[in-house]
Design a binder for this molecule. Sequence first.
Ligand code: 5GP
Ligand code: ZN
Length: 112
Amino acid sequence: MNDCIFCKIAAGQLPSGKVYEDDEVLAFHDIHPFARVHVLIIPKMHIATLSDCLPEHQALLGRMLWLAPRLAREHGLDAGFKTLINTGRGGGQEVFHLHVHVFGGGDPVRKS
Ligand code: 5GP
Ligand code: ZN
């Protein structure tokens, strides 16, 4: 877990383009954006994937999703945006710390 890049970002040990932070959640710009706006929302606690979420994580998941339209609005995505959660290797997940992609604007490149 200590090698987890998003845990390091959450702990302030690695720089990130932070756009939101509260006691449980952090959001920052994706380092390789696939749209004009591309933000990642992560829990500060380490949860590897959506499949690892437990009943006690329901409020945390709700907070992350609730944040998505707010961040999209703040970044000018008034016409709408996309959300994406890749889960597991078969789901295309590369960083095994739960994150919600929020992106839109420009010509989004589809990530398969
Ligand atoms: P996944 O494929 O796991 O859903 O997406 C991981 C995302 O994390 C990718 O879009 C990738 O660009 C982004 N990412 C990986 N490492 C870093 C990093 O060190 N900083 C930031 N800001 N984004 C990262
Ligand atoms: Zn982590």
